[in-house]
Design a protein around this ligand. Structure first.
Ligand code: HEC
Length: 188
């Protein structure tokens, strides 16, 4: 009797959401690829700008390129791509919503326990919307603009572009923020 019940419950579940279980894995994979593409496009541009024109120039490149890359990738893939943080620099684009905030807090907890930031991801499927987050860790190169001892000229440039900047004071290996990707699924 119990067995029969559980089988029919399973059947009902399968009927109501046919594609969910098998697709989640594929969606995660797709999101992971896009996240890598984003980071793999932005970071080389950042490093190049730092080398060519120093950090003050790189701030301008970052301010312009980060949103452009996100927008281009969104257009190409149909996913919405954001960068979010508990201590945002660009409050307009990086302020997390409730789910993102809870995930970012969990990422911080995991990092404090010793989990590698590069391993931290989260996903969620609800009401026909799939969401994915991947943590971004603080590396050496990030400290110039997100660390503790920021050069006065860099500090000044940051203040000019981002008067409400909260994204300094980080140390190596912490969670700086996360990429947050959203896809609204068809036929929902
Ligand atoms: C040259 C200075 C500079 C360096 C170096 C730098 N950033 Fe940033 N970062 C910025 C600026 C400027 C923004 C705001 C960009 C915008 O307006 O979208 C930003 C924003 C971000 C955001 C988006 C969330 C927010 O707070 O607005 C994340 C995440 C981030 N940086 C992570 C990193 C990581 C990880 C590194 C190292 C790999 C790094 N940054 C290196 C200048 C820098």
């Amino acid at each position: 009797m119990i067995k029969l019940l559980s089988i029919s419950a399973l059947a009902a579940l399968t009927l109501s959401c046919p594609a969910y279980a098998s697709d989640t894995q594929a969606l995660k994979q797709e999101a992971m690829t896009i996240a890598k593409q984003f980071a793999g496009t932005l970071k080389p541009q950042l490093v190049k700008a730092m080398k060519q024109g120093g950090p003050v120039h790189a701030i301008e490149v970052c301010a312009e390129q980060a949103p452009t890359i996100a927008q281009q990738l969104s257009q190409d893939t149909g996913w919405t791509i954001k960068r979010v943080s508990l201590k945002s620099r660009n409050a307009k684009t990086a302020t997390p919503d409730a789910w993102e905030e809870s995930v970012l807090k969990e990422f911080d907890k995991q990092q404090a326990k010793g989990v590698k930031v590069s391993k931290l991801t989260a996903s969620n499927l609800q009401n026909g919307t799939f969401r994915f987050m991947k943590a971004q860790g603080v590396q050496g190169v990030c400290l110039t603009c997100h660390g503790n001892n920021i050069q006065p000229s860099v500090r000044q440039a940051l203040r000019k572009h981002y008067p409400d900047d909260n994204a300094t004071g980080y140390s190596l290996g912490q969670v700086r923020g996360a990429l947050s990707l959203t896809k609204v699924l068809d036929n929902q």
